[in-house]
Design a protein around this ligand. Sequence first.
Ligand code: SF4
Length: 256
Amino acid sequence: MLARKRLILGIALSLLLALTGFTAGLWHVFFHGLDGLSRLVFFGLGVFFAIVILTAFLGLVGVVLIILRHRPFPFLERPVSILITRLLPLVMYLGRLFHVAKEKLERSFIEINNALVRTRQVAVAPSRLLILAPHCLQYSGCPHKITMDVNNCRLCGRCQVKDLVLLARELGVNLAVVTGGTLARKRVEELRPRAVVAVACERDLTSGLQDVYPLPALGILNQRPYGPCVDTRVDIERVRQAVLDLIGRPAAKGAV
Ligand code: SF4
C-alpha cells in the first residue's frame, strides 16, 4: 500500500527537482547572459516556475503530512488541491514516458486519493451519498435496463448489481449504474451528492476522482475475471466499508 503511494509521490518529487534545475538555469541566464528584453522574459519565466514549484512542494508536503498524521491541514488545502487536479495528471503522463505501467500509476493515485479523503472524517447523511457503479458489473446476458433506474433489477443474483441494490437500500444511500464518465457526471449533477463511492477500473476512477475533487469520493477498483468491461465484479464488503466511512458510521463487528 505504502509502496503504491510512494511511486507517484516519488515521480512528483523528481519532477519538482527537475523544474528547480530548469528554473536555476533560467536565472543563471538572467544574471550572466543575454540582455535587455530577453533577460526580462527569462526572469519572468523563472518567477513563474518558482511559484509553480513552491505550490507543488507545499502540495506534496501537504499530501505526505495528511497521510502520515491522519488529519487534514486546512492551510495546505489549496496547494494539495492544485497538486491533485493539475500536477498529478502531468506527473502520470511523465511516468508513462519513463515506462512506468499506466495502471500502476493510476492505482497509486487512487490510493493517495482514498487516504486523503479518509483523513477528512466526512460524515454525510446517507441520502446525500451516491454509489456510482459501472455498467460492466451487470450480467452481460441480463435484459433489464438498469442504467436509467437500478430498481429495474429483478434481484435474480446472477450478478452483483443485486448486492449493490440491497446494500444501498439497507444503508439508505443512492445507487446509480452508469455506462461511462459522461453519464457518471450527469448523475452527480442531478443528485448533487455530498460524497461519492465510485467503483470502476483504474482509468475511469482516476479521471472520475479528479473530476469531482474536492467532493469527497472513495474509489474502489473492480475485478475483471473475464477481461475488461464484461461481467466484472467488486468486493462488496469494501463498498460497504467505504459507504460507512463516508456516512460516519463504524463497520459492523467482523466486517472487513
Ligand atoms: S441481478 Fe439484476 S442486473 Fe444482475 S442479472 Fe439479475 S436482474 Fe440483471
